[in-house]
Design a protein around this ligand. Structure first.
Ligand code: SAH
Ligand code: SF4
Ligand code: F3S
Length: 434
């Protein structure tokens, strides 16, 4: 009987990409894909270390899987991703049923790690930052999707005082252009129409050219109709990339540009390297290049030392920017980061502020979605919808759109008249269907 593996993903899109690549590596080792951990021969948790809650989730899931392993002794449990990188051996100490621990830069070595586990009968922990290029070693990708993530940059040298990423993902690294183009062409040949270029600081991409140059090259690939990128840092938003939003019709009008706070004192304590004013000027420049661009962001609420005035500056910034979407989080102290030693804001203050910011963002998102009613938008159809005769696609602004139509439209970009909005999606009908 075929062996099967189940890979569960936590955290950001970069982990989604990595999980896909792990599945490809495992397929090369004869593993089929399991739909659930029960009954799988190998369970991999691809983990996130960004906030305390994310880490707790992993340990609670490991508790459940340990019980499954008792009923099925041959089963292997692996912890991959950022918790693996940050905690290494500690994971096996806390949860001895774990067989393999490996970080985000070593999953291409899965076959050797499995072999080592088999030969030694002991848990294997691999938390190095290797010198070899994992992308070179990975097997070609397979996908049936219309959209795909493509990691072009990894790691971070910015060391924001709250953040674990520089420690879990290592130093900034940009993949060579030729390697990215090869992967993109393969994806286009398999039917992918939209690529989202990923990086912890994707606009710090240097390679042989900046991100704008890479976008220009990718947009010349036959079959690739849409390009997106995330996550960007305000310090790396250069003129060429802003100009690309004006010049390149394949570059979608959506920019995820986290600011974290609207207070200069807090931005300084966070080591973000820019002011609120700088951020607002950037948004103005981007909007001058592409007036309809949808802006999204991330906020941290209750960073140590944040006063009411600091928080009000965050609300003011959000009011000025008018976000199409944004993600807001309570500050979570992370072991080993400088801010973990700063004096905390009380939990109840943090939570009250978070509710206020979430309310404002929800209001802005609803207003942005409502402004689309009556427009005709090009929607890339991705998959069948929940109801028969329904399709699901995305607008240029990344909104989910429900459209009536038949499955042969999957992979097409169809002109869709937007008729109504829900909380998180739009509905419309296909212009030519009438
Ligand atoms: N490189 C990106 C962000 C990557 S982390 C940037 O610089 O903007 C994704 C998001 O997680 C961050 O934007 C931040 O809002 C949030 N985050 C990171 N560390 C956090 C912490 N310690 N507590 C709460 N939120 C955090
Ligand atoms: Fe973390 Fe800051 Fe790097 Fe973003 S730029 S990954 S928030 S250290
Ligand atoms: Fe989490 Fe690692 Fe991504 S900490 S947010 S999975 S880079």
């Amino acid at each position: 009987m075929e062996k099967t593996a189940y890979v569960k993903t936590y955290g950001c899109q970069m982990n989604v990409y990595d999980s896909e690549r792990m599945r490809d590596v495992l397929a090369g080792q004869g593993y089929g894909e399991a739909q659930a951990p029960e009954g799988a021969d190998l369970v991999i948790l691809n983990t996130c270390h960004i906030r305390e809650k994310a880490v707790e989730k992993v340990y609670s899931e490991l508790g459940k899987i340990r019980r499954m392993k008792r009923a099925r002794p041959g089963m292997l449990i692996a912890v991959a991703g950022c918790v693996a990188q940050a905690e290494g051996d500690e994971i096996v100490r806390r949860e001895p049923s774990v067989d393999l621990v490996f970080g985000p830069q070593t999953y291409h070595r899965l076959p050797q790690l499995l072999q080592q586990r088999h030969e030694t009968g002991r848990s294997v922990v691999e938390a190095d930052f290797p010198v070899d290029d994992k992308f070179e070693a990975l097997v070609p990708r397979k996908t049936k999707s219309v959209t795909a993530f493509l990691t072009v940059q990894e790691g971070c040298d910015k060391f924001c005082t709250f953040c674990v990423v520089p420690y879990t993902r290592g130093a900034e690294f940009s993949r060579p252009v030729a390697q990215i183009l090869t992967e993109a062409r393969k994806l286009a040949e398999s039917g992918v129409r939209e690529l989202t270029l990923l990086g912890q600081n994707v606009n710090a991409y240097h390679g042989d050219m900046g991100l704008a140059g890479l976008v220009a090259q990718l947009s010349r690939i036959d079959g690739i109709e849409r390009l997106r990128y995330m996550t960007s840092h305000p310090r790396d938003m250069d003129d060429a990339l802003i100009a690309a939003h004006a010049e390149n019709p394949k570059l979608m009008p959506y920019l995820h540009l986290p600011v974290q706070s609207g207070s200069d004192a807090i931005l300084k304590a966070m080591n973000r390297g820019h002011t609120a004013e700088h951020y607002i000027r950037l948004i103005e420049q981007v909007r001058a290049a592409r007036a309809d661009i949808a802006i999204s962001g991330d906020f941290i609420v209750g960073f140590p030392g944040e006063t009411d005035a600091d928080f009000n500056a965050t609300l003011d910034l959000a009011r000025e920017v008018k976000y199409a979407a944004a993600y807001s989080f309570n500050y979570s102290p992370r072991p080993g980061t400088p801010a973990a030693d700063f004096a905390p804001v009380p939990d109840e203050v943090k939570s009250a502020r978070l509710q206020q910011l979430l309310g404002l963002i929800h209001h802005q998102q609803t207003a942005f979605n409502a402004s689309c009613v009556g427009l005709t938008l090009p929607v890339l159809i991705e998959k069948p919808g929940r109801d028969p005769g329904q399709l699901m696609g995305r607008s240029p602004y990344l909104q989910a759109v429900h459209v009536t139509g038949s499955a042969h439209l999957i992979g097409d970009i169809i002109e869709t008249q937007i008729t109504s909005v829900g909380t998180n999606s739009l509905s419309g009908h296909y212009r030519d269907a009438a």
